[in-house]
Write a new protein. Sequence first.
Length: 243
Amino acid sequence: MRRFALRLAAWTAIAALLIVAALAWTDLPGDPNLYPPAPDAPDRSTIFLVDYGFHTGIVLARADLAQAAHDGDHTALISVTRRFGAYSFLEIGWGDEDLYRKVPRISDLHVDQALRALFMPGNHAILHVVGVNGSVQAFFAGAPIVPIVISHEGLRRVTARLEASFVRDADGRAIEAGPGLFGPSLFYRANGKFSIVSVCNHWTGRLLNAAGLPISPILATLPAGLLMDLGWRSKLTPMAVRR
């Protein structure tokens, strides 16, 4: 019994060390020149992370995104912000095309669908854009929402990364792929392949990393891990959930 306990302790220690090593090896460090922005920095923007429980998306003020897209000549985002010109905010998410279209809620997910998306190679990705008016907190009532204040340069880099996510037509416009899941929303053709090493929350985390926040892709595999990392290293907490 004592020998078994010693072996169990040794293997537990080895496993813990491997986890720590993996976290350190894959970590995406933050950029203190970008985040947090100085309190008196001009042109700061507030973006929001929305946690659906198994999926996350980013909400940006449409006017801020449109200006950054214009400044960077990001033609896909220019076309998207014009398409949703009647809305104050845009919520943008990325994910596996089949799951995104067929599994709007975690309760709709079947094991075979999850295994296919996570472990089969070559899964096509898709983007989902939702137009939001009024309060972001009211629109996404029931979902944890994390407000994040970023710098002007941080927004510029987030916009560039967003632009790279869209497949563009010959004129540089984003390619629509049908009606979205709820409200005023559309799907768009996306770059990238979905898999266990590139899930929707990794995509969201890399957007935040572009704004200067430190992100651990391993923790970001699940929304709870991403939110824990944001709270731990960036001192960010969700707003009170509105019912």
